[in-house]
Ligand binder design. Structure first.
Ligand SMILES: [Zn+2]
Ligand SMILES: [Zn+2]
Length: 134
C-alpha cells in the first residue's frame, strides 16, 4: 500500500517549510544545522536522519528540512535565475513538485521554481492564473 498525501497535507508541509526557512534566516542558521520545531502532530529535527523515519508524513517533513532537499532547491533556484519557471514573470517564492514519482530522489526536471500566485493556482487555492495575460 502506498501512502498518498492530500493536497492539504502537502500545503501544510510547504507552509511549514517556508516557516522554518524564515525562522532559520532570522536566527542566522544555515540549512543542515540542528534545528527543532514542535508542531501539534509533526516534530522535525535535523539531528535525526530522515531516511530512518518510518512514518511517511514525518519522513517527508524531515526531508524538506534536509541538506539533500536544500541542495536540490538551490539547484532549481540557480536554474530559474530567480524567476518563476511557470509564468516567467514573477520572482520565485518556492520550489514545487511537478511529480511525486521520485519522492526523496527527485530529478531536477521533477521540480519547478514557482511564484506564490502560480503555486496557489496550481494547488487550486486561487482562480487567478498569472500565466494568462490580462
Ligand atoms: Zn508564476
Ligand atoms: Zn506545490
Amino acid at each position: 500500500m502506498s501512502y498518498q498525501f492530500s493536497l492539504e497535507e502537502l500545503d501544510e508541509l510547504y507552509e511549514l517549510q517556508s516557516m522554518l526557512d524564515a525562522e532559520r534566516k532570522r536566527h542566522g542558521i544555515v540549512p543542515g544545522v540542528p534545528f527543532e520545531l514542535e508542531r501539534p502532530s509533526i516534530s522535525i529535527s535535523d539531528t535525526v536522519d530522515w531516511r530512518r523515519i518510518k512514518d511517511d508524513k514525518e519522513k517527508y517533513a524531515a526531508y524538506l528540512c534536509s541538506r539533500e532537499w536544500s541542495e536540490k532547491k538551490e539547484a532549481v533556484r540557480r536554474r530559474s535565475d530567480g524567476k518563476c519557471e511557470r509564468c516567467r514573470r514573477n520572482p520565485l517564492d518556492a520550489v514545487h513538485h511537478l511529480t511525486y514519482i521520485r519522492k526523496y530522489s527527485e530529478r531536477l526536471s521533477d521540480l519547478q521554481a514557482i511564484c506564490n500566485q502560480c503555486h496557489e493556482f496550481t494547488h487550486g487555492k486561487s482562480d487567478y492564473d498569472p500565466r494568462v495575460q490580462p
